[in-house]
Design a protein around this ligand. Structure first.
Ligand code: PAF
Length: 281
């Protein structure tokens, strides 16, 4: 009896779709945290939110090849399944879904989500096909899991924005935006940070602090936002020898660059030693 209880309370590892269908029931509030593994405290905070709000929580770990626009980036993406599972056990997650590439892409439907020209901004402009790959995998996962809530981090704001736009209406699922978790130096937690050395992390901290100051300056004088951005860009490149892909200010309603009387964010993508980082403030 005791062992049966332990077994029932144990986190379930699910690899096959048939086991997924058996394990999850659709009559309770199911929270879903999609990940590509390489779990960190940011993921942990998403899982804790889900556990608080929902009856059951499922986490997926799947490094999706279709959303990488460089083979090298895909190969180098940090993977550490044993550590991930330890973290998930500690958090008492109910289900972990670990599909293989073949299982996910057995159904060879072509990518059906196409971004409009106006949506090809920020990361969509520089990572061709990336968001089409993200929307496709999220569609495949949500179709199988049918969660009531999906928990995602604000650090990937554009990803969240597009998933909400394309998928929230197709399924009876609500995407919950969760605050970015930062380290003591204000660096947003990210799986890619595992690729940084200590001095890179310090640099990323300086960049974050500078952008927090920039946001204050722009709030005080929106008319001069272009000038403030230009000066900050020059400063960051000279001081830290980083390559900035974009540094832009956009409103958070439709992500266009009109910020008059609108809530806005500063978006950045940059490289430290060939490692691409993104953030927003
Ligand atoms: O943000 C991520 O880790 C991925 O883009 C996601 C949402 C799990 C889709 O593969």
């Amino acid at each position: 009896m005791f062992y049966l209880l332990i077994l029932l309370l144990q986190m379930k590892l699910i690899r096959k779709i048939s086991d997924l269908n058996k394990a999850i029931k659709f009559n309770y509030d199911l929270g879903f945290v999609p990940t590509m593994g390489g779990l960190h405290i940011g993921h942990e905070s998403l899982i804790k939110k889900s556990k608080k709000k929902c009856e059951k929580t499922i986490v997926s770990i799947f490094v999706n090849p279709k959303q990488f626009n460089s083979k090298n980036d895909y190969k180098r993406y940090p993977r550490n399944l044993n550590t991930d599972l330890k973290i998930l056990r500690k958090l008492k997650v109910d289900f972990v879904y670990l599909p293989t590439i073949n299982q996910i892409y057995k159904n060879k439907e072509p990518l059906k989500f196409k971004l409009k020209k106006t949506q090809k901004i920020l990361c969509a402009k520089y990572r061709k096909g990336h968001f089409e790959g993200v929307l496709d995998i999220m569609n495949r996962l949500i179709k199988r899991i049918l969660p009531k809530f999906v928990f995602m981090g604000e650090k990937d704001f554009q990803q969240l924005f597009l998933i909400k736009k394309f998928l929230e209406n197709i399924y009876n699922t609500k995407v919950i935006m969760c605050k970015t978790v930062r380290n003591n130096n204000k660096v947003a937690l990210s799986t890619r940070n595992f690729l940084l050395n200590r001095s890179d992390v310090i640099t990323a901290g300086y960049v974050a602090s500078k952008l927090i100051d920039l946001k204050i300056k722009i709030k005080q004088n929106r008319v001069k936002s272009k000038l403030h951005i230009k000066n900050t860009k020059i400063y960051l490149i000279k001081k830290f020898n980083i390559k900035i892909e974009y540094l832009e200010v956009r409103n958070i309603i439709n992500l266009n660059s009109n910020i008059t009387n609108k809530k806005f964010k500063i978006f950045i993508a940059y490289y430290i030693d060939k490692i691409r980082l993104i953030d927003n403030f």
